[in-house]
Design a protein around this ligand. Structure first.
Ligand SMILES: *[C@@H]1O[C@H](CO)[C@@H](O)[C@H](O)[C@H]1NC(C)=O
Ligand SMILES: *[C@@H]1O[C@H](CO)[C@@H](O)[C@H](O)[C@H]1NC(C)=O
Ligand SMILES: *[C@@H]1O[C@H](CO)[C@@H](O)[C@H](O)[C@H]1NC(C)=O
Ligand SMILES: *[C@@H]1O[C@H](CO)[C@@H](O)[C@H](O)[C@H]1NC(C)=O
Ligand SMILES: *[C@@H]1O[C@H](CO)[C@@H](O)[C@H](O)[C@H]1NC(C)=O
Ligand SMILES: *[C@@H]1O[C@H](CO)[C@@H](O)[C@H](O)[C@H]1NC(C)=O
Ligand SMILES: *[C@@H]1O[C@H](CO)[C@@H](O)[C@H](O)[C@H]1NC(C)=O
Ligand SMILES: *[C@@H]1O[C@H](CO)[C@@H](O)[C@H](O)[C@H]1NC(C)=O
Ligand SMILES: *[C@@H]1O[C@H](CO)[C@@H](O)[C@H](O)[C@H]1NC(C)=O
Ligand SMILES: *[C@@H]1O[C@H](CO)[C@@H](O)[C@H](O)[C@H]1NC(C)=O
Length: 778
């Protein structure tokens, strides 16, 4: 197969047509052909919208239908626009970035990023954040929110976009993406769950010169159990749109791969909405239409438009495919009642916010608690010794580090990479973490409450940790000393505690340069040498190693603050002063050393005979993160699922129960609806435990269930609940297990299979603190 790839390269150099190299599903023979593209069939919750769409589309000419399949230039800052068909009163649609809040316009909020949602382990907050974002997108006339993200699935530890997603664990991502989709779409805004699929590194994500984009080579079992899993949850939750990705899967482009689009998505998962290309991810004409792409973005498609009309007229593409593309677009619009109750597309997205324009304030005061609590619950406290936290009316606090305060200035002229509109007088944040030469820096100029690229946020207001701390200090009578500039600051000896604020930066378009940096480690050590209670706070867009300083006896507290959004400062202050007890848990593993992550630390690079066709072989299979650490017996620094609070919890009374009358035949037999076979979600068993707050303050605990399925990794997350308990209070929590939760993917039968044998169950406060266990035989 590799030989064939090399031949294709030669064909390209000798000037073969572009379609030859991109029509690679056939060419390489690695991604099995799945044709024709399944037509939308409606049914169940999609039936009414499907019937209305069929009626409308039947009145359209071929040209009108083709027009719906690609973007047009528009007088707005929408990321993409599907044109109107005025004759039939279809007003068109506005699609905009992204999954952490509406970007690139005025009067919007900045929500916690995906990684922060993952770290909160809160289904309720994930739903309410989705609802609040959906409300803002709707007021601004954005029909399609370009998120949420479950690809990357965090395979590459240095991956530049992992933070836009939720977790390295597919089960956790699946539960929280499902809540997010339901929250957003409940407001009548369509989600574009992305990037489908295998979009696991930024390096070589797009073709460049004579180098093709990287190919994620994923075996069928791993595809189902890891990468497809959260997309399945999103489709089941009703996600109306899926965005196909830049890179290739088994050498066929994400937006031209008939196996992933026609096969997995539209057949196996029964997806009824439309597939949109990532911006510029279309590289062929008829081939992408046949492979299942429905809409090409952003601008007039170089490959479709008149070419698609011609392809139908000359018989190379059946008109039914174009009709299906248009039907999927229009049905999705009806499905969310955008025909009756939606603002004018792009109404709140002026092309230039500096010109006079009608102000559409997207924000809803009712979302304030969601912004604050969402920010609070995604902070993870991993170390707290010498009674450092919570702070108790300190006499003097000393603050250090470049991530404490909002940047003093923003230089739009250096912003070459991501054409972010700079809104004068507002605190927008995007590419100020990219230096003039375009190389990522560690973000030495300001607090990192979001990260950069299309998942960045541009809130109307943000409160930095420094600003919030000063206000609290004035209430507590605390003196505040700060030095945010020196790399070896001197510490005022009367400080009761010191806080060092660092970043672990990431951006779309790059993989992270490193997962620790000497500058910040040395700053932390230099403060700790002089301050007996040194609190380290990282705004981190992914794992950040701490072994450079964690054993320093004066580093007495460490908080992963992740990417909290606009309420970064108030959230941190609430935790530092003990108004709330930390309740976040790591949605990834923090290793002691880079090498502990194995081969997936770094992105795949073009090399050897594949220099023009970079290959990323996902040979580790399902063994990512804690599954890999378990398998290899590697001791992590802080394990997946770990996080401290200001109180303690005791676990007792595990009980494992079959559901009376549950069908435990190994194979599902149900019909396919959105999300797959209906009986994959049948309840098979429940696990209950009692949790008691044994400490002295109120707090929430994330109780986690891991299962060792026969023949699968030693343990995999299959349940979590987050009860809030007063001191001494106890509560029984129940985890509900479905057929899919207890199955493994059978490559032979192409179905999920319940296993025979002994299932092992573990319940506790992290993936390695599991006081309760039990078994169940199937
Ligand atoms: C990719 O190739 C592997 C190995 O042949 C196969 O198991 C898998 O189904 C293929 N997936 C796609 C999407 O082509
Ligand atoms: C298709 O879209 C173009 C650009 O918006 C427009 O000029 C043209 O009239 C449209 N064609 C039809 C048949 O609606
Ligand atoms: C890629 O193309 C450039 C210029 O077209 C050429 O100099 C270079 O040798 C090519 N690289 C490879 C690996 O073929
Ligand atoms: C039909 O039209 C398409 C799109 O322009 C073109 O790529 C293809 O070569 C044409 N086929 C024939 C047989 O003319
Ligand atoms: C940080 O800001 C200073 C000015 O205060 C500027 O000279 C420097 O280039 C900035 N650094 C980065 C990495 O943007
Ligand atoms: C810890 O901080 C104190 C100052 O409070 C300092 O005297 C001491 O040397 C520090 N310890 C270490 C190991 O640096
Ligand atoms: C840490 O990892 C680096 C490579 O990432 C390796 O060179 C080094 O030996 C490792 N150190 C230890 C102590 O394992
Ligand atoms: C565990 O179960 C026993 C017996 O039912 C009960 O008395 C006890 O309160 C339970 N423990 C907790 C923490 O609820
Ligand atoms: C918790 O229970 C213990 C023992 O019953 C009791 O001494 C203590 O006062 C209780 N604490 C609270 C906050 O109710
Ligand atoms: C299961 O729990 C029992 C009782 O706490 C403990 O002795 C045993 O080591 C645990 N087994 C595993 C596999 O964790």
């Amino acid at each position: 197969m590799r030989q064939i790839a090399l031949l294709a390269g030669l064909a390209y150099w000798t000037g073969a047509a572009r379609d030859v190299i991109t029509d690679d599903a056939h060419f390489y023979g690695q991604s099995p052909p799945v044709y024709p593209s399944p037509e939308m069939v409606g049914g169940n919750e999609w039936e009414a919208a499907f019937q209305k769409a069929k009626a409308l589309v039947s009145q359209m000419t071929l040209e009108e239908k083709v027009n719906l399949t690609a973007g047009v230039a528009a007088d707005s800052t929408c990321s993409g626009t599907i044109p109107a068909v005025k004759r039939l009163n279809f007003p068109g649609m506005c699609l905009s970035d992204a999954g952490n809040g509406l970007r690139n316009t005025d009067f919007v909020s900045g929500f916690p990023s995906g990684i922060h949602v993952g770290a909160s382990w809160s289904k309720d907050l994930a739903f309410r954040r989705g609802a609040a974002m959906g409300g803002e997108f709707k007021k601004k006339g954005v029909n399609v929110l370009l998120g949420p993200v479950v690809g990357p699935a965090w395979r590459t530890v240095r991956g530049g976009r992992n933070w836009e997603g939720i977790s390295v664990d597919p089960w956790l991502s699946g539960v929280l993406v499902s809540q997010t989709v339901s929250g957003i779409q409940g407001q009548g805004v369509i989600t574009s769950t992305k990037h489908y699929i295998g979009n696991e590194q930024e390096t070589n994500r797009m073709p460049e010169g004579n180098t093709s984009s990287v190919s994620s080579n994923i075996d069928d079992k791993t595809m189902h159990e890891v990468y497809l899993w959260p997309f399945q949850d999103a489709v089941r939750a009703g996600s109306g749109n899926i965005m196909c990705s830049y890179q290739r899967v088994n050498n066929s482009y994400g937006c031209a791969n008939s196996k992933t689009l026609n096969g997995l998505l539209k057949t196996e998962l029964g997806f009824q909405g439309f597939v949109v290309s990532d911006w510029g991810a279309q590289h062929a004409g008829v081939a992408t239409a046949e492979a299942g792409l429905d809409v090409a973005m952003p601008g007039a498609s170089e490959f479709w438009g008149n070419h698609l009309v011609e392809a139908v007229k000359n018989g190379s593409l059946p008109e039914s495919r174009v009709t299906d593309m248009a039907t999927r677009v229009i049905a999705t619009w009806y499905q969310f009642s955008q025909d009756t109750s939606f603002p004018k597309p792009g109404v709140g997205m002026p092309s230039n916010v500096l010109d006079p324009h009608e102000i559409v304030d997207g924000r809803d005061p009712a979302a304030a608690p969601v912004l604050l609590n969402g920010a609070i619950e995604g902070h993870v406290l991993v170390k707290n010794t010498k009674n450092t936290l919570p702070l108790k009316s300190p006499r003097m606090l000393s603050l250090f580090g470049y991530s404490a305060k909002t940047p003093d200035f923003f230089n739009p002229s250096s912003n070459l990479l991501f054409s972010q509109t700079w809104i004068s007088g507002m605190e927008a944040l995007d590419s100020n973490y990219v230096s003039d030469n375009g190389l990522p820096t560690f973000g030495k100029n300001g607090t990192m409450f979001g990260a950069c690229g299309s998942g960045a946020i541009t809130p109307a207001l943000t409160i930095s940790p420094f600003e919030a701390l000063k206000i609290r200090a004035s209430q507590e009578g605390t003196a505040v000393f700060n030095d945010f500039v020196s790399d070896k600051p001197s510490v005022e000896p009367s400080s009761d505690a010191c806080i060092v604020f660092g970043n672990a930066w990431a951006c779309e378009g790059y993989d992270r340069p490193a997962i620790r940096d000497d500058y910040t480690d040395s700053l932390i050590k230099s403060v700790a040498d002089q301050c007996s209670k040194t609190i380290v706070v990282f705004h981190n867009a992914g794992p950040r190693l701490v072994d450079g300083f964690v054993d320093h006896p004066n580093v007495t507290a460490i908080i992963f603050a992740h990417l909290p959004g606009q309420e970064s400062g108030p959230a941190l202050v609430s935790l530092l002063f003990g108004d709330t007890s930390p309740s976040g848990k790591l949605p990834y593993t923090v290793a002691k050393n880079e090498s502990d992550y194995g081969d997936v630390l770094d992105p795949a690079q073009p090399e050897g005979e594949f220099v023009n066709f970079p290959q990323a072989d996902f040979h580790e299979g399902v063994y990512l993160d804690y599954r890999y650490f378990d398998k290899k017996g590697i001791e992590p620094r802080y394990e997946f699922g770990f996080g401290l609070g200001y109180t303690t919890f005791a676990y007792s009374n595990i009980s494992i129960n079959y559901i009376q009358g549950a069908n435990t035949y190994p194979w599902p037999g149900g019909p396919i609806v959105s999300g797959g076979q209906t009986d994959l979600w049948d309840a098979i068993a429940t696990v209950s435990v009692d949790i008691q707050n044994t400490g002295s303050v109120a707090g929430a605990e994330v109780a986690q269930l891991y299962i060792g399925i026969p023949g699968a990794p030693a343990k995999q997350l299959r349940g979590f609940e987050k009860p809030f308990l007063q001191p001494n209070e106890s509560q029984s929590v129940t985890f509900h297990l479905t057929r899919r939760d207890l199955s493994v993917w059978s490559v032979e039968r192409q179905k999920w299979q319940l296993q025979q044998g002994t299932y092992k169950f573990y319940v506790g406060s992290s993936s390695r603190r599991l006081p309760l266990n039990g078994t169940m035989d199937l």
